[in-house]
Design a protein around this ligand. Structure first.
Ligand SMILES: C[C@@](CO)(OP(=O)(O)O)[C@H](O)COP(=O)(O)OP(=O)(O)OC[C@H]1O[C@@H](n2ccc(N)nc2=O)[C@H](O)[C@@H]1O
Ligand SMILES: Nc1ncnc2c1ncn2[C@@H]1O[C@H](COP(=O)(O)OP(=O)(O)O)[C@@H](O)[C@H]1O
Length: 302
């Protein structure tokens, strides 16, 4: 119920994108549908999609509206709305909680699509968090993560943001405090604070990147074991990493399955130098300046 005890009709959730500060990939497991064993440190970054969920007339079904200047393959008229990850999350939580999916979903997309930043998983997590309030479920995060884990490997993390260690196929989450040894160690290495995202119009399909990893493996010393596979499929990402490190980035790497590149830039000079290097070499299509870590934000609208 809202503060004055009336039924809630509209909830919106800002949900951040994710990157992987480390991503160690093991063997594919048949019992996980071929997904690989992972040991990863997830980190949410302050590029947000906003999902707004509003009640609709009983029996009227769901609706979905997408907004944003960079919708990638979501913009094509052929994109099946029922396969949108936010809609899959609506149906999964409706099923788990015994509700009808009579909800209007509006997604304001800012997270690059197919970029290795879990934009789809962020929208699914935002939908779950919005419905948890809209339907007055008030379920604990662990129960919501159980529903999310049925939808995708990195969805459970998107419900909490911040930092977390992911194991299993990425769905087993251990939240990490900013003061934990893991995070302090990564912060000391420069994996924190101000960053630039080098984004692309091109998208990489996650299964293809993992399949390429199975073929070519990882370079020794790569924090992201999918990095060489992503670069082999999208060489401009490798150029962006080289340009960023040469210009003074503390860390630069492919975000998850890519193609987007994350460059941590601790000073104004480093940020300006990386921005100029990327613009002059035209090795990225779009630059987003942001920071890490970040967390989802729930707003009760009406
Ligand atoms: C690579 C990572 C790193 O965090 O994220 P992105 O960079 O794509 O955002 C994740 O593992 C992506 O998670 P997610 O995109 O949810 O994957 P899912 O939908 O569960 O699986 C899509 C496909 O990716 C491959 N996959 C995914 C996870 C995993 N541990 N091993 C895999 O081999 C499988 O081919 C699977 O069928
Ligand atoms: N709400 C959504 N936002 C982004 N992508 C979505 C969404 N729903 C379904 N998808 C599909 O998921 C694919 C992967 O998108 P995304 O999660 O942004 O990338 P990644 O898996 O690389 O992090 C996209 O190509 C798109 O077709």
């Amino acid at each position: 119920m809202s503060g004055n005890g009336n039924a809630i009709n509209t909830v919106s959730v800002d949900c951040p994108a994710k990157t992987n500060l480390t991503l160690h990939v093991g063997k594919p497991r048949s019992e996980w549908g071929g997904r690989h064993e992972l040991d990863t440190i997830y980190c949410a970054v302050s590029v947000y999609d906003t999902v707004t969920a509003s009640r609709k007339k009983p029996g009227s079904g769901f609706s979905l509206n997408l907004e944003g200047a960079y919708l990638g393959d979501l913009a094509s008229s052929g994109n099946d709305m029922r396969r949108n990850h936010a809609v899959l999350a609506l149906f999964a939580l409706a099923e788990a909680s015994g509700h009808e999916p009579d909800v209007a979903l509006n997604i304001e997309k800012r997270i690059p699509v197919g970029a290795g930043m879990a934009g789809g998983s962020a929208d699914a997590a935002a939908t779950i968090l919005a419905l948890n309030t809209l339907w007055n479920l008030d379920w604990p995060i662990e129960r919501l993560q159980q529903v999310a884990a049925t939808l995708g490997a990195d969805m459970p993390f998107c419900l909490t943001g911040g930092y977390a260690r992911g194991t299993g196929f990425g769905e087993q989450i251990e939240q990490l405090s900013e003061y934990s040894d893991d995070v302090r160690n990564l912060t000391r290495q420069g994996f924190a604070g101000r960053l630039l995202v080098g984004a692309y119009q091109a998208e990489l399909r996650t299964p293809e990147v993992y399949a390429m990893f199975d073929q070519i493996g990882a370079d020794p010393g790569d924090n992201n074991h999918l990095q060489q596979a992503a670069i082999s499929l999208h060489p401009r990402s490798g150029q962006a990493i080289d340009e960023a490190l040469r210009a003074g980035a503390k860390q630069a790497f492919v975000s998850g399955s890519g193609p987007s590149v994350i460059a941590f830039v601790p000073t104004d000079d480093a940020a300006h130098a990386v921005q100029s290097a990327w613009q002059e070499s035209r090795c990225v299509d779009r630059i987003i300046a942001t920071k890490a870590p970040a967390h989802p934000i729930v707003h009760i609208i009406a």
